[in-house]
Design a protein around this ligand. Sequence first.
Ligand code: IPE
Ligand code: IPE
Ligand code: MG
Length: 243
Amino acid sequence: MAADDFPPDRTPLHVAIIMDGNGRWATQKGWPRLVGHRRGAERVKHIVEACPDLGVTHLTLYAFSTENWKRSTEEVIGLMTIFSAYIRSEAKRMSAEGVRLRFIGDRTRLDKRLQRLMGWIEARTAENTRLNLTVAINYGGRNELMRATRLLAERAAEGRLDPAQISEDDIAAALDTHDLPDPDLLIRTSGEARVSNYLLWQMAYAEYEFTPTLWPDFTPEDLDNILVKFGARERRFGGVVTA
Ligand code: IPE
Ligand code: IPE
Ligand code: MG
């Protein structure tokens, strides 16, 4: 979907966040990493609540990458438990606040119960329009592009798609994010200045903002400050701005 497809009074402002630094936040305090992840989930609630008033219509959060399986079993299981608990405990509030929740990533590798819960909350919040919240779980930009390529190749092999006619729109439509506008702004917390396999295709023209704040300390005020800074940036999309 292109940004122009939205009605003028609902100009989409799509913010993508790499919520990083939970582990360091806990370690600095002498606590287990999972305490940081739990605090991180609490932060998500505050940021989600603040977004509509800040003019953010789309929020996409990186919760678990295709590379995060490298972590200890304890941490991986702990994170999956936090995802399930978040969905269960936030379901009512999401409906009350008009939040539509969807997931991107390859969910086939996730626990079946978690998969069912994800499908359930997506269906339950499907009609909500105040904030489009997307959570990336077992998500990797390369994995997403690989799955999209397979899909297009299958269509071509069946004779339903002419390889010479494959367009950028066809690729975008085959991605997990097919019904989302591209992110306008990427925020990464914790001071790391890298994208760690997040939304590689979609972020072609996003503005990047790296903040040293660790995710469990990131507040709606921090987001507001970043949005003000973003508002002052000149986005050229390869063109030339004329006075
Ligand atoms: C981000 O925090 C959350 C996930 C990747 C699941 P980290 O767990 O990466 O925290 P640091 O980077 O180790 O501090
Ligand atoms: C990126 O953070 C993934 C998420 C925030 C879910 P990581 O902590 O996994 O990234 P690297 O390893 O520092 O690049
Ligand atoms: Mg990290």
